[in-house]
Design a protein around this ligand. Structure first.
Ligand code: ATP
Ligand code: MG
Length: 247
């Protein structure tokens, strides 16, 4: 079966500066694919090029064989319709309640009735442990709860590819663990393919089955594959240092 995502000779950057060069990797259906690397190496920049926010300076991103950045607007939209995204900063609308935030993609992209929308909202909120918080505003709940509310919004449309940018940052160990379980559930229940940017070593080893390691200094990927395999078998001191917290 063709990979869900293929990254081919990808270069990333912003006007006047290169962030990453020569990225090549594939994400298969059902993978929990981890993007690793130190702060500022370009993980979020890579994510933006995968979800359609920021065009790469070179190379291709294929979704089930279709070259995303070469598609027309309609083609891009059709591919993006498959995505659920949890942004690094949560990005909830502060003037909408938690429930309204989760309802928004359903109202925008489906023809469901109000009642159906609110049934799904309450289902998604309970899935992330926020039942009863639908009427709260984002400013009135904790940071960890906001994170989980953003997650509920990301999965509102039952996406088959879900991107998480540091989902467990700011979560306590119990909720971080719950989030790992939820990610596994999304994979097994929805059959979703999941791309996670994370520094959380416990998470990386618990849920990741595939990965890419971005190196800030050489501005390219220096490892890929199962994180457990990298820990056991990588000869690269930069990879080992990261995976063992420098020990
Ligand atoms: N909008 C932007 N315009 C210009 N440069 C940017 C922009 N966003 C990020 N950068 C630069 O690109 C590089 C990579 O940033 P990016 O946010 O992708 O890193 P990251 O790996 O996600 O870091 P972190 O772990 O801190 O989230 C940094 O040098 C950053 O300054
Ligand atoms: Mg980032």
């Amino acid at each position: 079966m063709r990979p869900v995502i293929e990254v081919l000779d990808l270069d990333l950057g912003y006007t006047g500066h290169t962030v990453m060069r020569g990225l090549n990797f594939s994400v298969n259906k059902g993978d929990i694919f981890i993007v690793m690397g130190i702060n500022g190496c370009g993980k979020s920049t890579l994510l933006k090029s995968l979800i359609g926010l920021n065009a790469p300076t070179k190379g291709k991103v294929l979704y089930s064989g279709k070259s995303f950045w070469e598609e027309d607007e309609k083609g891009k939209k059709d591919i993006m319709r498959r995505f659920g995204v949890l942004y690094q900063d949560g990005a909830l609308w502060s003037s909408l309640t938690v429930g309204e935030n989760v309802a928004l993609p359903l109202q925008l992209y489906t023809k469901l009735s109000d009642q159906q929308v609110w049934e799904i909202v309450s289902l998604k909120l309970s899935l992330v442990g926020l039942e009863g918080y639908g009427d709260f505003f984002p400013g009135g709940i904790s940071g960890g709860m906001r994170k989980r509310a953003s997650l509920a919004r990301a999965i509102a449309l039952d996406p088959d590819i879900i991107f998480f940018d540091e989902p467990s940052a700011g979560l306590d160990p119990i909720n971080a663990r719950k989030l790992d379980d939820l990610i596994l559930e999304l994979r097994d229940g929805l059959g979703a393919t999941i791309v996670v940017i994370t520094h959380e070593l416990a998470s990386i080893f618990a849920i990741g089955n595939n990965s890419v390691f971005l190196d800030a200094e050489s501005k390219t990927m220096i490892a890929a594959g199962d994180p457990k395999g990298l820990l056991a078998g990588s000869k690269d001191p930069r990879v080992i240092r990261f995976l063992t917290r420098g020990n």
